[in-house]
Write a protein of this length. Sequence first.
Length: 291
Amino acid sequence: MVLTLFIVAADAPDDDAVRDGQLGGFCVVVARGPKKHLKRLAAPSSWMLDKLSGVYAPRPSPGPHKLRESLPLTILLRNRLKYALSSGEVTSILHQRLVKVDNKVRTDTTYPTGFQDVVSIEASGEHFRILYDIKGRFTIHRITPEEASYKLLKVKKHQLGARGIPYVVTHDGRTIRYPDPAIKVNDTIKYDLQQNKITEFVKFEQGNLVMCTGGRNQGRVGTIVHRERHLGGYDIVHIKDALDRQFATRLSNVFVIGEGAKAWISMPKGGGVKLSITEERDVRRRRAAAE
């Protein structure tokens, strides 16, 4: 339990004195623990929830992805895939052990799925990968059973553990011991979900295909052109997309998804290429004319 001591004025009429900074006698303020609720308006915009369907949103459980970088299973099954009409139906589906995340059965309705996670529903034979679209929103990308057998992991940390055992920590919280000595921070590994081991890896190098996982360019795909190093600051990576448009983002927002121009995963609709508003308008008009 965390105890925070405030010295409160002896003649203070109420607790407002504590907030206003009038300090005098002794008062103990006790921390109330972790937050357990999430207001709907405070939910991440990448969930695409409407404002008027309730006051609260499902708060993701602690897990492999941060709250604002995750999509709870309730939102996935009810709002996106439309397999449930209510959170009670989501609970019924999960308690039948029908849903797997990264080849493990999950029964927590607010389990946080995140970027590159593979969600499998064996009863219907469907497999999905969690990715971003070019607007920075979560997209549920349908994949084949062969592609569902692996996922890509970004290396966040590379260290020596107890008794000199080397290990890497990935973006989804996995600790993998005895990796290939050539694997370094910011590289991407191809992880087999059946055998739980690394099968391939790709270096963070110029010319490789990457996807942005944060910032204004979230969801965009392109090849690495140049990396600016800023000692004591944030390294900046310059990227060029399929239309030869260049953009820049922080190194922490860059996730390598393929070697050269060949992606190791299938891309969602649009291929990660961001269009201008006039180009989007023209695409809509052509689609309407074709119908």
